[in-house]
Design a protein around this ligand. Structure first.
Ligand code: DON
Length: 615
């Protein structure tokens, strides 16, 4: 049956790679990078296999298919923020490896991107060392010991906002432990040297448009918490672009982190400040919770996609396994032949997304608490069975894939960064406080926001969370349990087993489909790194039963063709104009590609305005 679905592709090249840019462009680009500027989109780079095959983006689409990437030979850092990317490149220049640079970058993001970068949240780190070994580090938040299954329900059993706002929304933070442990295991520079740049930034940096935009959007929630407003709305106002923004309390926490390591955060003065904040605001996190927090090195999820090996995060991230399931299903069709963004390709992708998300939402959770069908997600038999139910003519309603209820997709915040060094070590990290500025609670005296990641649990199984994900009993709240995540830092090897791509993104439930599309854009459609990041994306998550597409990302004829298949298609709302963030878009991919000569090309997603720097 499945063989009948497979479209043979005898002439398709085994690997499609963007050609490397002419050497003459490198000095100019490096100069721009040193000046802190990602080069603007340049017309005229028709050099990718995608362009050579006549590929183009929809006429109304916002971003160019013809921009030159940032290039470098000694190392590269792609983040959402120019300050943070600069910190990472400086650490590489000082003799640090990719892990040192990633740790310094992560701490810098906690200072300059407090809406997502964090000390009070958690995340996942993928490391691929130059020797080819791959490591997956889980520093996801945990539910406090006092957490209970129904803690977010009111007397009538309805979900309250306590999983998203305020002190009860916070899981026990993992970022500090994660960055420390990564450095302890793999770093080469002294710890103090990788922490220092973040301290310097906390002592004052020039306010960016990005900080103003995110504070503007979140200011009513921040204003409601006096300790948060005191730090982030000085004089009861969002700071202005160009102001010097100093965070002395945060500088104090970072200085203690530099001098005492994570002991201060989990057992010392900072721990005491967190617990005092909890007691003030009716939270349940205790010193025992902080003391017991530990990161976990887990077995990476590794799977083959058309000859490339994709390494990504295992549970409690759902990213690796869900991507594996989708990849194994879509591999039964030659999407390159079928054409990028064609109705047929989008149909196959949406049907695969729908099925894999149905299983993700139902089965995946914290592996330390729940037995998971890991092998099924990875197996060809599973993919065969799921693919066999896909009709090439007709969308399968989600109600026939798995019973469910209508839900809603929303947008909030997380951040991803990708780092490579000249020796070929690679680090991909996705980290989050969940919503923008988490639960809006700053730890008084410590100057950082706590996450609201408890909302990633199914507060009431079968009811949508803030991303519209309808998740099951296995992901219910439980003491010391980690909440299921979609965060998917990912590293890809080429068919020779060499380092090829680093990718990752924020975007809540859309993370998994965005990361996989960034890879498929390269592997299936021959895009270069800029095109793979710029290309408009689609998304389906089983429930709600909708194919989402980005604002102006699909031509009307394609939408009609998808509707003719039976899909309900929803264009994302651009919302009010924003000074910094592209409206109606999903994701913020930070991607680095290793070129055949060993040099790097990289690109930061313009949807949220990041910055790639190389050296
Ligand atoms: O772990 C997760 O899946 C979510 N906490 C991620 C949140 C996110 O990406 C929000 N950003 N846009």
């Amino acid at each position: 049956m499945l063989l009948a679905l497979r479209i043979p592709s005898p002439t398709r090249p085994a690997r499609i790679r963007a050609p490397r840019p002419p050497h003459g462009t490198i000095p100019a680009l490096l100069l721009l990078a040193l000046l802190g500027c990602q080069p603007p989109a340049q017309p005229g780079d028709a050099g990718s296999a995608f362009r050579q095959a006549g590929g183009s983006f929809p006429a109304a689409w916002t971003f160019s298919a013809d921009a030159d990437p940032v290039t470098a030979t000694e190392g590269m850092v792609a983040t959402t923020d120019a300050y943070a990317s600069r910190v990472g490149v400086d650490i590489l220049a000082a003799g640090g490896n990719a892990v040192d640079a990633a740790v310094a970058t992560g701490l810098a993001l906690a200072v300059v991107n407090p809406e997502a970068g964090n000390l009070g949240g958690g995340g996942f780190m993928m490391v691929r060392l130059a020797d080819g070994t791959v490591h997956a580090q889980d520093h996801r938040e945990k539910a406090p010991i006092a957490a209970t299954r129904d803690m977010y329900l009111d007397e009538d059993g309805n979900v309250t906002d306590r999983s998203t706002v305020g002190h009860l929304a916070a899981g026990v933070p993992g970022s500090v432990a994660g960055l420390w442990e990564a450095h302890r295991r793999f770093g080469v520079l002294p710890w103090a040297e990788v922490v220092q740049p973040a301290i310097d930034l906390a002592n004052g940096f020039e306010v960016t448009v990005r900080l103003v935009s995110t504070l503007d959007a979140a200011q009513s929630g921040i204003r409601a918490v006096p300790a948060s407003a005191r730090v982030f709305l000085p004089g009861d106002a969002v700071p202005a672009v160009g102001d010097t923004f100093s965070q002395p309390d945060l500088a104090g926490v970072l200085t203690r982190l530099r001098d005492q390591g994570p002991d201060d955060f989990y057992r010392g003065e900072t721990a005491a400040l967190i617990v005092a904040e909890m007691e003030r605001g009716g939270g349940i996190m205790t010193l025992e919770d902080l003391d017991r927090y530990a990161t976990v090195w887990r077995e990476p999820v590794s799977f083959d996609y058309r000859g490339y090996t994709i390494h990504s995060m295992p549970p409690p991230s759902s990213g690796g396994l869900t991507m594996a399931a989708i990849a194994n299903i879509v591999e039964r069709w030659d999407l390159g032949e079928m054409g990028w963004n064609s109705p047929e390709t989008i149909h196959v992708m949406a049907e695969s997304f729908r099925r894999a998300y149905a299983d993700r939402n139902e089965y995946l959770a914290d592996p330390d608490f729940v037995e998971l069908p890991t092998d099924e997600f990875l197996s060809e038999t599973y993919a065969d069975a799921r693919a066999a139910t896909i009709s090439l003519d007709r969308a399968t309603p989600s109600s026939q894939v798995n019973p469910g209820i209508e839900a809603f997709l929303d947008e909030s915040h997380t951040t991803h960064y990708s780092v490579v060094d000249g020796a070929g070590n690679a680090v991909a990290v996705t980290t989050s406080v969940n919503s923008w500025y988490g639960g809006k609670v700053v730890v008084d005296g410590a100057g950082f926001f706590l996450n609201n990641t408890m909302d990633d649990f199914a507060a009431k199984p079968g009811t949508p969370n803030q991303f519209g994900l309808v998740q099951g009993e296995r992901n219910a709240v439980g003491p010391e349990k980690r909440m299921l995540s979609a965060m998917s830092p990912t590293i890809v090897e080429d068919p020779d087993g060499d380092l090829f791509l680093l990718t990752g993104t924020p975007g809540g439930s859309t993370i998994i489909t965005t990361v996989l599309q960034s890879i498929m854009n390269v592997v299936d459609h021959g895009m270069n790194v800029v095109q793979a990041v710029h290309a408009p994306r689609v998304h389906h998550q089983h429930l709600p039963d909708l194919v989402f597409f980005e604002h102006q990302g699909l031509p009307a004829a394609t939408v009609q063709a998808l509707e003719a298949f039976g899909h309900t298609v929803r264009e994302r709302d651009p919302g009010p104009p924003d000074a910094y963030f592209a409206g109606g878009m999903s994701g913020d991919v930070q991607m680095i590609m290793v070129m055949p000569d060993g040099s790097f090309t990289g690109w930061s997603d313009p949807r949220r305005g990041g910055r790639t720097e190389g050296r």
